[in-house]
Every structure is written in C-alpha cells, then in structure tokens.
Design a protein around this ligand. Structure first.
Ligand SMILES: Nc1ncnc2c1ncn2[C@@H]1O[C@H](COP(=O)(O)OP(=O)(O)OP(=O)(O)O)[C@@H](O)[C@H]1O
Length: 252
C-alpha cells in the first residue's frame, strides 16, 4: 500500500486488450477488449461459465493472460508502477470472512497483519469503514451471527481499508434476497459517489446490472457481445442477449 497516495480520492482506468486464456487446452477467454473509465460502475454480465470470474481474476492480477494485457491507468497490471502505486481491492463472492475473527478483526486484518498502523489507529479506521457500509458499532460480532447481506457489507468494509481506487465485486448479490440485494446495490452506488472509486461488478443479476451500472459489457462463451449503457444493451438485437435478458418461467 502506498500511503502518500491515500488521500487521493479517484478511480483508475482499466483497459483489457486482446485477452486470451485457456485452461487444459480449452479456450475460456477468446480475445477480449474492454475499457473502463475512471470512477465508472461497470457491470460484466453474462451466462454461467461464460468467463466472467476468469476475466475478473485477470483484472486484479490473480491470473496471467496467455496473450493480451491489462492496463491500469495505462500501465501493465503486474508492473512495479501498478503494484506500488495503485490500490486495487476485490470483494469475493463468498465474502471470504474468517469465522474465528470478529467483524472488526476481519475488517482490520490487512492493516494488523502487515503491522501498517498502530492498534488504536486500526480501530479508528475499522469503525469509520463499518459506518460507511451501515454497520456502525458492529465490531465485536462474529460472522456467524450476521445475515448474508451483512457479511457482504463487512467484506466491502474490509476492501475499503486500503482506500481503493478500483473495487472488483464478484457476484455481490448472489445468495441474497431481493431486498438485501437492493441494499448492496445502493451501497455500491453510494461508495462510488463518495470516493469516486472505479467499480467493476461481475454478475448475472439483471436487476443489479440495470439498477447500478453506468455501462454494461455482455459476455458469452469468452467473447464480448456488447458494451454500452443499460438502455443500449437492453436494445441490442443479439439473440443471446435478448434471451438472457428476457428469460422467464413460462409454465402458466
Ligand atoms: N483455474 C481453472 N482451471 C480450469 N478451468 C477453469 C479455471 N477457472 C475457470 N475455469 C473454467 O472456465 C470457465 C469459465 O469460468 P468462470 O468462473 O469465469 O465463469 P462465470 O462466467 O464466472 O460463471 P458463473 O456465473 O457461474 O460464476 C468454466 O468452464 C470454468 O470451469
């Protein structure tokens, strides 16, 4: 983490160029190109198995491309420039909280493990981030005592301790009831307005995508089929997109 940049409240740009990735001889990403603007809420939507999570892992540097590259503010993701000067955070699908630790310990874990701040300062930062996600005063609770929506909000608070310039959300509303999903969507938008962080969300939740996105990319079988505003994507005539967006029960 670069402390000198901590006061800067802005998002980074993300550029994906010609991204290819295969696993065990099977091509999963087939040459993806994308550009996410600073401060944008960008949703990557598409059917199960289309490669959304694999793409997200490349954007945070957890996977290396077979070909192509990911640029953060014009610099390769794995370059020293990005590693040292940009703060990228990921909110995992499961929340990835440690059940043996309290909420406060989970949120402050990165700072305490790396001894980046004195305990009193960590406690102050944890309290501040919990307040941002609407969980003021919940430090001493255990993850097992929380609802699914609260766990996701704790996971978001944990991402916030590094003052991120980019937050990646992997299926932030999965396993949530519709009301809790709306709360998480609102949280993502509020954060975006408050700290101007660039947000990339991977989701097949149509309501979330159309509710929060500035722009949406629709991905299918490792290719981008469309990129545009929610209205543009809704109007796209590609049959796979229309089928996905209008899928409904037709039993009665
Ligand atoms: N590390 C890996 N090794 C082998 N295959 C993988 C690996 N990671 C992903 N895959 C395969 O890549 C394909 C795309 O997976 P991915 O998780 O990106 O899909 P997704 O679009 O996020 O789906 P979902 O919406 O169901 O989460 C799947 O067929 C998956 O089995």
């Amino acid at each position: 983490m670069n402390n000198s940049a901590n006061s800067a409240k802005h998002g980074v740009s993300v550029k994906v160029q010609g991204l290819h990735k295969s696993f065990n001889g099977q091509e999963i990403l087939k040459g993806l190109d994308l550009e996410v603007r600073p401060g944008e809420i960008f949703v990557i939507m598409g059917p199960s198995g289309s490669g959304k999570s694999v793409l997200l892992k490349h954007v945070i540097g957890l996977e290396e491309p077979d070909a192509g590259e990911i640029l953060i503010n014009g610099e390769p993701i794995l370059s020293p420039e990005v590693m040292e000067h940009h703060r990228l955070a990921m909110v995992f699908q499961s929340g990835a909280l440690l059940n043996s630790l309290t909420v406060g310990e989970n949120v402050g874990l990165y700072l305490s493990e790396h001894r980046l701040k004195p305990p009193r300062e960590i406690a102050r930062i944890v309290a501040e981030k919990l307040e941002v996600v609407g969980l003021k005063g919940q430090e001493d609770r255990l993850p097992s005592e929380l609802s699914g929506g609260m766990k996701k909000r704790v996971a978001i608070a944990r991402a916030l301790v590094i003052e991120p310039e980019l937050i990646l959300y992997d299926e932030p509303t999965s396993e949530l009831d519709p009301l809790s999903a709306v709360v998480i969507g609102e949280e993502i938008v509020n954060l975006n307005r408050q700290i101007h962080v660039t947000s990339i969300i991977v989701s097949h939740d149509r309501d979330l995508a159309f509710g929060v996105a500035d722009r949406i990319a629709f991905i299918s079988e490792g290719k981008i089929l469309a990129v545009g505003t929610p209205d543009e994507v809704k109007r796209n005539s590609e049959p796979i997109i229309q089928k996905f967006l209008n899928a409904d029960f037709k039993l009665r």
